[in-house]
Design a protein around this ligand. Structure first.
Ligand code: UDP
Ligand code: MG
Length: 320
């Protein structure tokens, strides 16, 4: 069986050699291909990967012209991957390749996506706490019981990665996207090592972006086919409450002759009715857009160089 390892790399020069050795040592008796996606590194990462690829034709390297982000790198690697089972790992050695056989066992049990769970995280508290919160919210938003959505270490049956289409920073929500397509997903505890070389590429801004991506993924997975269900519901409820208040005020005015000029409630009623109607029309417009839209285009990336990647694969990629 062929295993593909898709590895996004952004300035990870010091860990690449050891990572490659560890992967190769842990995937026997299977064949492997390692696909490094150099996401615009400014250090010596590419030169090192190129050297590794020259010694081993199973190692393939794609060099992006600039930094396009982890999701774009993964998506490009997914398109290239030819193995029956596709792994993703971070390049920073925090994921330990000795766990590979455990992932394979789970896939053999019939799961489509096996996600790593960094049970004991070796990261600073200011990363661990927000991440717990992120996982809690995401699990509830998508009705998917995982404790760790954003672990870089995952194994997929090939069909899963061929169907995913990532954009923004949606790599964090891959399990949610796959779940919405009906794939069976499970989780296994994995060892998480401390980062020894280099430094983390994500700071606090990841949580703000992550929140927006949560909204997008929720929208794409649950309401893409019928956005009016979402907007219409909110709009109708608001309009209804506004109308009830307006009727109440009208009764007071007509039957009890109370002035309306000093009633803040009147403004609430107007806002609710107008806002509500806007939501309903937004829903209708979204319906029109959805009904005319073409499938999502892949993330725009620009490739500068490749190593060990044959023309045919590249052509497949262009046409996909
Ligand atoms: N990465 C990437 N492009 C980016 C940022 C990160 O390819 O723009 C890669 C990075 O080299 C690493 C993985 O994504 O292999 C995870 O990044 P990092 O370890 O910084 O994330 P953390 O572990 O802090 O969540
Ligand atoms: Mg890391």
């Amino acid at each position: 069986m062929l295993l593909s390892f898709v590895i996004p790399v952004y300035n990870e020069q010091d860990s690449l050699k050891q990572l490659t050795d560890e992967i190769i040592a842990n995937c026997a008796p299977h064949n492997y291909e390692i696909i490094f996606i150099d996401d615009g590194s400014q250090d010596h990462s590419f030169a090192i990967m190129e050297e590794l690829a020259c010694q081993d034709p199973n190692i393939k390297v794609v060099k992006f012209r600039r930094n396009f982000g982890k999701a774009a790198a993964l998506q490009y690697g997914f398109n290239l991957a030819q193995g029956e089972i596709v792994f993703t790992l971070d390049a920073d050695l925090q994921d330990n390749p000795k766990e590979i056989p455990k992932f394979l066992d789970k896939i053999a049990e019939g799961w489509d996506l096996v996600s790593g769970w960094k049970q004991k995280r070796n990261d600073p508290w200011h990363k661990v706490l927000p991440s717990r919160f992120f996982n809690f919210v995401t699990a509830r938003a998508f009705h998917l019981k995982l404790k760790d959505f954003n672990c870089g270490f995952k194994a997929y049956r090939k069909e899963v990665v061929k169907e995913l289409s990532l954009y923004g920073e949606m790599h964090r929500y891959i399990p949610a996207l796959a779940h919405s397509l009906g794939y069976k997903i499970t989780e296994i505890p994995v060892e998480h090592r401390k980062r020894i070389y280099g430094h983390s590429k994500y700071g606090m801004e990841r949580y703000l972006r992550g929140f927006f991506d949560l909204l997008t993924v929720k929208m794409v997975t649950q309401y893409a086919k019928s956005p009016l269900y979402l907007f219409g519901r909110v709009g109708l409820i608001a309009t209804l409450i506004g109308t009830i208040i307006a009727i109440y005020l009208t009764v007071l005015k007509i039957f009890y002759n109370q002035p309306l000029s000093n009633r803040p409630l009147l403004f609430l009623a107007i806002t609710l009715i107008l806002g509500g109607l806007q939501f309903v029309s937004l829903g209708l417009i979204s319906e029109l857009i959805v009904n005319r839209s073409v499938p999502l285009r892949p993330l725009p990336v620009s490739v500068e160089k490749t190593v060990n990647i044959q023309k045919k694969e590249e052509l497949d990629l262009e046409s996909s």
